[in-house]
Design a protein around this ligand. Structure first.
Ligand SMILES: [Zn+2]
Length: 424
């Protein structure tokens, strides 16, 4: 046995269990394991989880905030225009450096798998080459899955479909799309058909930016579910954002959700970005814009939360902290019940792991020893505190450590300073 982690709580509610690790894999999980090892780690009743997974990100744009200027209106459309201004000035070296820096942040936060969209509308495919290089370089410690994303519309932008297929040929994993940004509703539906047929033909997964709009008539998710069902793509198709669903008619949604469930379509909400970008044309009341998360979960549709953006043309904040994402999702969706809060933790761990198709993910015998030890007793406390990552492990090796959150108070009405752990 290489390592045993003693006295951990697990996200499924088990308490005080030991986890034994050998050659990068978990080999046993249970109370007071009688195993000999040279190395023991005391979890001290803290939460030991499989790592965080971000199912929706843009690593080609990350950490470019302010280049060449900031988004003045704060809208999605100005963000897309701003990204268009930046694209001709991108260099591969700068892009790789920013992406690698972001991956360092991710590792420190226990985020060890990311699905990133990469814009393929630039004929040079410079961002594709750069992120494929980043994927190779981070592979020992982070799973980076890439989506060929036609930011300017696969039908609207010249060469976009050709470029998308070139990107897939170069090693990009997933077929992307953006039907609501095509010129017409009809073109949007046509783009969904073309891209799903291509994915079915190639045996690939699909993840489209779908209905990222406050327009309740933006119903491309219906077409995405239809094509997924028709082509037998169950479980392999994901609708990202789905913000128009926030504004849709309730009766229409009562028909839509069973269609999504039947077609095996996954959903990804991006709480930080949706609450920031949507509703910008509203006065008051001002819509929140995030899709109907608890309703989809109740209908049996897997829902993950993505980070989407960190310091880029669309969003000026963010820190690779999926607990911040979960906390925002919890608040915006009013998911305050005990089980709903645990759903929010699953939305940044096991659910996106399943959407990405990660192999060997989990805290069970046979799984990779990829783990994060949080300075919290359970998933709800982890979200509440945005708990420190005491330890991040990849294939049985510790790759990041952070101290527990402590405070020392020196108060005028008390003779001695006070030391305490912030989570107890
Ligand atoms: Zn996105």
């Amino acid at each position: 046995m290489d390592v045993v982690i003693r006295n951990a709580n697990l996200a499924d509610g088990q308490q005080g269990v030991d986890v034994a690790i050998e050659q990068g894999r978990i080999v046993a999980v249970g109370p007071r394991l009688a195993v000999q090892t040279g190395r023991e780690i005391d979890a001290d009743g803290d939460l030991l989880s499989a790592p965080f997974v971000d199912a929706h990100f843009h690593m080609d744009a990350t950490l470019s905030y302010g280049l060449p200027r900031v988004n003045a209106s704060g809208t999605l459309l100005e963000g897309i225009a701003l990204w268009g201004e930046l694209k001709p000035h991108l260099t591969q070296q700068a892009l790789i450096e920013r992406a690698l820096q972001y991956c360092d942040w991710a590792v420190a936060r226990g985020l060890l798998a990311i699905r990133s969209h990469v814009d393929i509308c630039d004929d040079r495919l410079l961002a594709v080459e750069a992120l494929l290089e980043v994927k190779r370089r981070v592979a020992p410690y982070l799973d980076l899955q890439l989506v060929a994303f036609p930011q300017d519309g696969v039908l609207r932008a010249p060469n976009a479909l050709i470029n998308l297929k070139r990107a897939i040929g170069m090693g990009v994993d997933v077929v992307g799309g953006i039907p609501h940004f095509e010129r017409t509703m009809a073109d949007g539906a046509e783009s969904v058909r073309i891209l799903c047929e291509y994915a079915a033909d190639q045996g690939l997964m699909v993840d489209m930016h779908c209905d990222e709009s406050d327009d309740p008539m933006s119903r491309h998710i219906e077409t995405l579910a239809y094509q997924s069902n028709r082509l037998g793509l169950h479980g392999r198709v994901t609708g990202s954002h789905l913000t128009s669903m926030h504004s849709m008619d309730n009766y229409y949604v009562s028909k839509l959700l069973p269609l999504m469930r039947e077609a095996g379509v996954n959903a990804i909400a991006n709480p930080l970005i949706n609450i920031t970008l949507q509703g910008r044309h509203d006065t008051y009341p001002k819509r929140r814009g995030m899709t109907r998360v608890p309703e989809m979960l109740a209908a049996g549709i897997p829902v993950a939360f993505g980070h989407d953006c960190v310091m880029d043309p669309w969003y000026s904040l963010g820190s690779a902290d999926m607990l911040e994402v979960a906390q925002m999702g919890l608040h915006v969706a009013q998911m305050t019940g005990q089980e709903a809060m645990r759903d929010c933790f699953r939305a940044v761990t096991s659910t996106p792991a399943a959407i990405l198709g990660l192999q060997g993910y989990g805290v069970a015998p046979g799984c990779h020893a990829d783990l994060v030890l949080l300075d919290a007793a359970d998933p709800v406390e982890a979200i509440r505190l945005r708990a420190a990552r005491r330890m991040v492990m990849r294939r049985g090796k510790i790759i990041a450590e952070s101290p527990r959150a402590h405070a020392r108070l020196s108060l005028p009405d008390r003779p001695d300073s006070v030391n305490f752990r912030l989570n107890r």
